[in-house]
Write a protein that binds this ligand. Sequence first.
Ligand code: ADP
Length: 468
Amino acid sequence: MKNKISNQFFISYIIVFVMSIITAFLALQLMSFADSVISKTLVKNNYTADNIMRDDYTMIDSSKVVENSGGVQVVNQNLEVVYSDGLNILGNGKLTTEEFTDFLIYSNSVGVPYSVDIQYNDTENFWLIVSFPTSIRIDFSFVYNREIASKDMQGVIGVIVAVVLFYFIMLTICAALYSKFTAIRFTNPLKKLVEGTQGLRNGDYSTRVHLNLKNEFADLQDTFNTMAEQIDHEFTLRQQSEENRKRLILDISHDLKNPLAAISGYSELCLKKLPPSGEEIKNHLLIIHENSIRANKLLTSLFELSKLESAEFSLNSSREDVCEYVRETMSTYLSLLDGAGFTYSFDIPEQEIFAMIDREQMNRVFANLMDNALKYNSGGTEISVRVWQEDSHAVVIFADNGIGISADIAKEIFSPFIRADVSRNSQTGGTGLGLSIVRMIVQKHGGNISLKTDNNDGCVFEIRIPTI
Ligand code: ADP
């Protein structure tokens, strides 16, 4: 059987009840012991009727009794109160037999706030009554006499057993109800948490638990919800990367299909159409050559990107002055820019800004940005390069005032196979992988790259690399 919380509570409550009964019994024992200890000092036990009794009642010394707020009365055979001093709960004058009997019963009954001691003097035939107000008294006693011979015993035991049984049944019912009620406060939130985990197990990562509690369950709920959020986030990321992977494979196969189809088609033509004219064969071979270059370029870029993404890849960096490095790199492109009819402006400070740079990899970054600027823009476009230091970063701006990229596409431009204009690219032979490689290299340097652009608004690439 499952060890349910409600069962555990039930057992605990029963144990607590039994323990409380034992404690109560012990407390009563202690009280009766204390009573025997204290009774010796009580005035009612020091000034009993027996103690102050004299055959001549006029000789009785009632002064100590009265001093202790008690009282002394003497009743003769005719039931006349012949002497009274101090507290009087009996009355004065002559009593009827009935009144005196009532008094005797009253003085002995439980709950009377007086302790009354009555002694009969059989020499002089009078009753001596000494009474004190009771301080505090709790009456409880268990009496048993072995000499009992009547059938009363069975009846009394029956009643006692019935009372005890009734008491235990009531106790059990109360404990069961209370344990059920208390356990609900634990089982309800637990049930909701179990439902939550089942939701996660069944793949519903949007599952959250709301308990509206402020105890430890609330902490558990928060931990659960944070965990569920993380799983949800991880799952979304996994789904996204899975989609990206699928898209990448689709893009690669699509991009490889065209050049390979051209290569196989034209080479087949060359082979079949024998003997082809010299001019024709030259054209076909040209197309084959161009497409094999295109396929090769795509595969090389893909290889580069996956190499950069692999865990084994590491930069071969050295401490470089970024300003000097950019100056040197740009100088290598001047004749190319001039030849393409581009204008340029450089704003590179004289100061030194040091960063860890892998020159070979960083050269690819600038080669790619320059290649794109030249490829997608026409003569007359201006290229401007600026460098400065901001906080702990070297900032390099590589900008052109050419055709730009629409803001929509620009958001995704650093992802593989994203191209601004498909028709534009089919002429330029771009792979759509260049900027992904650029971003990867900058990130490997601990930096980042961003693009500000819009249609006909030029492209402003901003590279930030941590300084040392
Ligand atoms: P690609 O091999 O196609 O050049 P890139 O990742 O380098 O791939 O560039 C992605 C796309 O961004 C290009 O196809 C081009 O449409 C656009 N692009 C990049 N640089 C520029 C630029 N300076 N001006 C206009 N368009 C650009």
